[in-house]
Design a protein. Structure first.
Length: 109
């Protein structure tokens, strides 16, 4: 099996999973994505990304306790794995190295 990749949207979701480690759940991630991106995001897209990343071994999930405000349903929490953190580190190094290749450009401002 080859090494897994990480798409742009998955990377953003994974960054929030890492930021809210052990406390990250779908709606929290959605709200923070919408705030940072300044646009609407579909909750289904967040859940699909989380499921894909769980299958790749980048995140793990567990269920919280049953609550009345959720109609007796349990909240699913996500945490980043060591593999997920290594992938984020690799993405950061890649993006930073490419960014450093950009010449000093002046736009007269």
């Amino acid at each position: 099996m080859g090494e897994h990749s990480l798409g742009e949207f998955e990377e953003l979701v994974l960054l929030f999973v890492a930021a809210f480690n052990n406390e990250a759940y779908g709606v929290l991630i959605l709200e923070n994505l919408e705030k940072k991106l300044e646009k609407k995001v579909n909750i289904s897209a967040v859940h699909v990304a989380l499921k894909r990343m769980e299958n790749k071994g980048f995140v793990e999930s567990n269920y919280g306790g049953i609550t009345n405000e959720r109609g007796g349903r349990r909240k699913k929490y996500y945490s980043i794995t060591a593999t997920g953190k290594k992938m984020l580190d690799r993405q950061y190094e890649l993006r930073t190295s490419i960014y450093k290749e950009i010449p000093k450009i002046s736009f007269g401002q």
